[in-house]
Write a protein that binds this ligand. Structure first.
Ligand SMILES: Cc1cc2nc3c(=O)[nH]c(=O)nc-3n(C[C@H](O)[C@H](O)[C@H](O)COP(=O)(O)OP(=O)(O)OC[C@H]3O[C@@H](n4cnc5c(N)ncnc54)[C@H](O)[C@@H]3O)c2cc1C
Length: 467
């Protein structure tokens, strides 16, 4: 590493999963790390808050692999303590008026047979459906994956089967993993998300709420001598002669290296577009985002929702339901961690996808409000007594996600994992500016949301320690 590790003064912008984890990893290398966070709390999209005895998350989170994925690997390296609670059943899934219990064994014939029967895959399509899942779970070389990165997931499915009910299940999976449509999604990326989860069978939630993950990394950072400043927005990344010099954050802070957790587009704006080659700026301008999300967070004085994790699509054959309801993803974090709520109570998050941010703020607000009303209708239809048990209820929209993550828009993941923006086509953590790096879900990582942000941090750390 140029200049010796101790001489490297590193400023990390942001404490999302990516920023928090890379700061601890670099502190572990003996670097002088300062983390600047614009919010008064840690975690970005992975933040959690306390309200009247309940701890709830910014997002609507469930984790694909927990300690068996990159978040666990980072915790081991930096000595952070995170406890992930694994789920016995994977998920209750309802579509087309039928409900299936999805097990964690999605790579096993028996579980698939049960799923296809319960969800109503047509008998003549079952052979193709089995072949599809077998192919999704098989080991692949990096070269094979690279080819599939650029194949639309819809086109890939069509090689095996075309079944309406199965397509809806796969829509749900693509929505949950990547928050984009089946048509736009990259097959290679889907396979990585699916096979990782199917192999590890560790769908889980962190004890203490989602914030437990960034907090554990930041505690590790501070225990190794790193500095952490909240309520310190970086106003400008200072670049001279094509090299980073530091940041302006209520005063100049010099740095040999600046690592931004603030997304590709926003980082370019913070540093000044003129400091980057035109083709890099054009690449960033053209990047597409994942969908945003709206959610209703319910603090309940009783256990109203029975399944710890469910995904519900309105029955598409019933026009009234289609008009009134929304497709919802419903995790119950208190099922994994009862300490998040007072005894006998329940925390339920009900989320749905929405456009990440529109040019017209009033239009965006109206779309989000309509989606939020639909979520509430759906929850009331599914759990008719839910309103009687509400202690408090919060409706959050895409502006809320944007505010909490310091982004312009309220996308769930970051830039979309479509077939033009994954693998070798995803923005790298290195930028054309010497000493300026990106970390987080936007750059240099793969997988499901939080795990992609953690993967990005691991990859950047490996690259910097070998430099
Ligand atoms: C509603 C919702 C549901 C989700 N569900 C899941 C799920 O079930 N499973 C899953 O794995 N993932 C899920 N995700 C996605 C996941 O949360 C994100 O992909 C991941 O947390 C992004 O992390 P990140 O490191 O890229 O940074 P972010 O979380 O975007 O954090 C960026 C940080 O940088 C800070 N910052 C920005 N600008 C500045 C500045 N100028 N100065 C200082 N600080 C700054 C921000 O305040 C923030 O703390 C969900 C997200 C949302 C919103």
């Amino acid at each position: 590493m140029a200049g010796g590790k101790k001489d490297n003064k590193v400023v990390v912008i942001g404490t999302g999963i990516g920023g928090a984890s890379v700061s601890a990893l670099l502190a572990k290398e003996g670097m002088d790390v300062t983390v600047l966070e614009r919010n008064s709390f840690p975690g970005g999209k992975a933040a959690s808050f306390d309200r009247e005895g309940f701890i709830y998350d910014t997002g609507v989170h469930w984790l694909a692999r927990g300690e068996k994925g990159p978040m666990g690997e980072i915790a081991d390296i930096v000595g952070a303590e995170i406890k992930f609670q694994s789920m016995d059943t994977a998920m209750e899934y309802t579509t087309g008026g039928r409900t299936a219990q999805l097990s964690q064994n999605m790579d096993e014939e028996e579980s698939l047979q049960k799923l296809f029967e319960e969800i109503g895959v047509l008998p003549e399509n079952r052979e193709g459906a089995h072949a599809l899942f077998k192919d999704l779970s098989r080991e692949r070389t990096p070269e094979e994956l690279e080819v599939l990165d650029e194949v639309s997931f819809s086109d890939y499915i069509a090689r095996f089967v075309d079944d309406e009910q199965l397509n809806r299940v796969l829509d749900g999976f693509t929505g949950m993993y990547m928050c984009i449509s089946r048509r736009a999604a990259s097959t290679g990326e889907f396979i990585l998300c699916f096979s990782g989860q199917a192999k590890e069978k560790n769908l889980c939630y962190p004890i203490g709420g989602m914030r437990a993950v960034p907090v554990a990394y930041l505690d590790a950072l501070e225990s190794m001598g790193g500095e952490l400043r909240y309520s310190t927005p970086v106003e400008h990344i200072v670049i001279e002669g094509g090299k980073v010099r530091g940041v302006e954050a209520g005063g100049f802070i010099p740095a040999d290296m600046v690592i931004s957790n603030n997304g590709v587009k926003e980082t370019i704006a913070l540093a000044g577009r003129h400091n980057f080659p035109d083709d890099y700026v054009a690449m960033a301008d053209n990047l597409r985002l994942s969908f945003g999300a709206v959610s209703v967070k319910y603090a309940l004085d009783a256990e109203v929702v029975s399944s710890p994790l469910s995904c519900y699509f309105p029955d598409f054959r019933d026009e009234k339901l289609v008009e009134r309801q929304a497709a919802i993803f419903v995790p119950v974090p208190s099922a994994a961690d009862p300490s998040l709520v007072p005894p006998g109570c329940q925390l339920v998050l009900a989320g749905s996808l929405a456009p990440p941010g529109l040019e017209e703020p009033e239009q965006a607000k109206a779309i989000c409000n309509e989606m939020l009303d639909r979520i509430e209708n759906t929850m009331q239809d599914l759990y008719p007594n839910i309103e009687e048990h509400v202690v408090w209820k919060i409706r959050t929209d895409t502006r809320y996600i944007a505010e909490i993550s310091g982004r312009w828009t309220g996308e769930v993941i970051g830039i979309a994992q479509n077939r033009h923006q994954v693998g070798r086509n995803r923005p790298s953590s290195t930028t054309p500016v010497q000493g300026l790096y990106l970390v987080g879900a936007d750059a240099g990582g793969r997988g499901v949301g939080t795990e992609m942000a953690a993967d990005s941090a691991l990859n950047l750390w490996r690259m910097l320690r070998n430099a």
